[in-house]
Design a protein around this ligand. Structure first.
Ligand SMILES: NC(=O)c1ccc[n+]([C@@H]2O[C@H](COP(=O)([O-])OP(=O)(O)OC[C@H]3O[C@@H](n4cnc5c(N)ncnc54)[C@H](O)[C@@H]3O)[C@@H](O)[C@H]2O)c1
Length: 259
């Protein structure tokens, strides 16, 4: 069967493109035909991620901090200068912060997590939306988390930040409701990744590694998710196949939040 979720000719900007989910998604969007602008604050890792992309992606790698408004305006301008449009924006950069109960959580880290996960997503929306509204088309996908739908001990601030991402997503979708611009978010569950390992280790410091059966016992699918499985949902939301989908928060969690 031909693949209907094609992105041929579309220009996709991805933040956090050097990370596990960002790199997998950048790869899939490029494989589906998109041209790529990849953004991350880690220059070396970003270059490594870009090297894997097909030549058809004409990939532009930009080092920028998503919390700095001038740098956000800069990557948006660079994307438009190079490709003349932004059709897809995967607003994905995020950090987990400290893994600690609230009484032990540092205020500085609290502010940093909100800065990256909420202000960073807000600034991306603020600067990409005018480009898409002028085009009368575009698809924005923010990365929230299942921690944006339910509480999560020891990562309360991360959870609060992802609840905020869902609020930003729904509000932006409503602001764009009569335009051709759609805004959605994905809520990944436990994805096999550096971030998940950091959270599991942080909850269990200095102890033997948690056995994998214990990690997956609360996931109905009884396994971790793959970054590629998040990427597939992002590619769908990015595509014209999702033309009537806006304001949604798509869980990619093996059923974790279903019950
Ligand atoms: N891994 C999971 O299990 C999981 C689950 C749910 C949601 N998420 C979310 O998915 C997104 C990607 O996570 P990941 O697992 O790929 O993590 P990751 O740490 O592998 O990737 C995150 C990337 O964001 C970049 N980044 C961080 N702060 C930045 C900043 N200020 N400016 C620019 N780039 C910055 C990092 O350099 C990194 O490359 C995050 O928003 C995360 O919260 C992850």
């Amino acid at each position: 069967m031909p693949d209907r979720i094609r992105l041929d000719g579309k220009v996709a900007v991805v933040t956090g493109a050097a990370g596990v989910i960002g790199a997998a998604t950048t790869r899939l969007l490029a494989e589906r035909g998109a041209r790529i602008v990849a953004v991350d604050r880690k220059a070396q890792e970003l270059q490594a991620a870009i090297k894997e992309l097909p030549a058809s992606a004409q990939a532009l790698g930009l080092t920028a901090d998503v919390t700095d408004e001038d740098e956000v305006a800069g990557y948006v301008r660079a994307a438009v200068d190079k490709f003349g449009a932004i059709d897809v924006f995967y607003n994905n950069a995020g950090i987990e912060g400290d893994i600690a109960p609230i009484p032990k959580y540092s205020l500085a880290t609290f502010r940093r997590v909100l800065d990256v996960n909420v202000v960073g997503v807000f600034l991306g929306l603020k600067h990409v939306l005018p480009v898409m509204l002028k085009q009368n088309k575009g698809s924005i996908i923010n990365t929230a988390s299942i921690a944006g739908l339910i509480g999560s001990p020891d990562i309360a601030v991360y959870s609060a930040s992802k609840h905020a991402v869902i609020g930003l997503t729904k509000s932006a979708a409503l602001e764009c409701s009569t335009t051709g611009v759609r805004v959605n978010c994905v809520c990944p569950g436990m994805i096999d990744s550096r971030m998940l390992s950091a959270i599991i280790e942080g909850r269990n410091p200095g102890n033997a590694p948690v056995p994998s059966e214990r990690i997956v016992e609360r996931i109905p699918a009884r396994r971790l998710g793959l970054a590629a499985e998040v990427a597939s949902v992002v590619a769908f939301l990015a595509s014209d196949e999702a033309s009537y989908v806006s304001g949604s928060a798509y869980t990619v969690d093996g059923g974790r939040t279903a019950g």
